[in-house]
Design a protein around this ligand. Structure first.
Ligand SMILES: C[S@@+](CC[C@H](N)C(=O)[O-])C[C@H]1O[C@@H](n2cnc3c(N)ncnc32)[C@H](O)[C@@H]1O
Length: 160
């Protein structure tokens, strides 16, 4: 499958050794699909039923380890492992914040990495990250088909 420049850049941000990758708000699932790899589980999450059932049908013959959840992404039960990558792309900054703050409330300190690509409200996203002690591991601005995208990789600071 041909992947867009944006999806390729999101893919490059993910830890190569990640054993579990969450494609939150996945829609077409192209981000998760681009990250298929042996010994890796990809979990596709979207709150819209037919999106997930179509994706499940499309990928049922795939040899890769996949899981599908119709759920509001803020309710996911992460593994909270350093070998886990959680991608939130293509939604607004407030949705990113809502999802991350719910996960934080339920899991406390987070060991997983997050790859964020909010469509808007970037200032609010950075403020949320600062207040919640996330380190920015990398950040990139890319242009794909004349649209500008921010790709931010973050991890919560280790508590001493
Ligand atoms: C524009 S698509 C983004 C697709 C993909 N992530 C990308 O970047 O290409 C937005 C998707 O997010 C889903 N979505 C929005 N808010 C959500 C939430 N809180 N939980 C789960 N899915 C959500 C919508 O149903 C829609 O399919």
């Amino acid at each position: 499958m041909k992947t867009s420049y944006r999806i390729n850049e999101l893919k490059k941000a993910v830890n190569k050794n990640a054993e579990v990758v969450w494609d939150l708000c996945c829609d077409h699932g192209k981000i998760g699909i681009s990250l298929f790899k042996e010994n890796r589980k990809i979990i596709f999450v979207d709150q819209v039923e037919h999106i997930i059932s179509n994706l499940r049908k499309k990928l049922e013959i795939s040899k890769f380890n996949t899981k599908f959840q119709v759920i509001d992404a803020k309710e996911i039960n992460i593994f909270n492992s350093k070998d886990e990558s959680i991608i939130i792309a293509g939604v607004g900054g407030h949705t990113c914040i809502d999802i991350m703050s719910n996960i934080l409330d339920r899991f406390g300190h987070l060991k997983s990495e997050f790859i964020l690509s909010p469509q808007k409200n970037l200032i609010q996203v950075y403020e949320f990250l600062r207040l919640n002690q996330f380190n920015v591991i990398s950040e990139k601005i890319i242009v794909d088909s004349k649209v500008k995208y921010h790709i931010i990789k973050v991890k919560q600071k280790v508590l001493s």
